[in-house]
Design a protein around this ligand. Structure first.
Ligand code: HEM
Length: 174
């Protein structure tokens, strides 16, 4: 029997668009991809709740039959990652010392800041904080997602995670 997991998430999203971005984040994780496809956005723009439900169901069916291996960064699951809490991450919030959290993994992007194609400012805005939604929302390529691995230094403790739980991605209510 699968152990049950309590999943809670608090969000500051107040508009429909923000909520959509939020649910897309979860949805894309549910589909085992870090990046929602353009057609997913089109489907979700539908205002009618019944239409939306149908769109979700279609996406679910697609993910069920997908041959793609489930994978969130990092690739090498056997690598023992250091556990780093948000209280520690928060101290690294400057251009000289810049950590961000994406999908519950902690990245030190200090050396990458000046070479980031999107500029250093956009990352610095999230220095010492969770940058998952921003990272997904700006539509990074698979190359960009892979390059994250180079900066990986740890992961959040289980109780602080939003996106990953010990038995895999656990998302409900969507
Ligand atoms: C360590 C984390 C990050 C890595 C490794 C990374 C990597 C990259 C890469 C490789 C690109 C080139 C385009 C692509 O391949 O998708 C890119 C573009 C971009 N990134 Fe990031 N990124 C990171 C974090 C962020 C964050 C937190 C934001 C916040 C908003 C952001 C915003 C952007 C934007 C706006 C572009 C587009 C630049 C353009 O096309 O002019 N990135 N990033």
């Amino acid at each position: 029997m699968q152990p049950s997991t309590v999943f809670s998430f608090r969000s500051n999203a107040s508009t429909v668009e923000e909520m959509d971005l939020l649910s897309l984040t979860f949805r894309s994780l549910d589909l085992r991809s870090n990046k929602p496809q353009p057609e997913d956005f089109l489907d979700l723009k539908k205002q009618n709740v019944a239409d939306r439900d149908e769109a979700w169901k279609k996406l679910r069916r697609r993910s069920k039959h997908s041959k793609e291996e489930p994978r969130l960064s990092p690739r090498d699951d056997s690598k023992q990652l250091k556990t780093i809490g948000m209280d520690e991450v928060a101290w690294h919030d400057t251009a000289e010392n810049c950590w961000v959290v994406i999908h519950d993994f902690v990245y030190d992007c200090t050396d990458f800041l000046t070479s980031h194609p999107g500029g250093s400012d956009v990352i610095l805005e999230y220095a010492g904080r969770d940058a998952t939604l921003a990272f997904i929302g700006t539509g990074h390529s698979s190359m960009a997602r892979q390059s994250l691995e180079r900066y990986l230094i740890g992961e959040l403790p289980t109780e602080e995670r939003i996106f990953r739980v010990p038995n895999g991605v656990k998302l409900t209510g969507f």
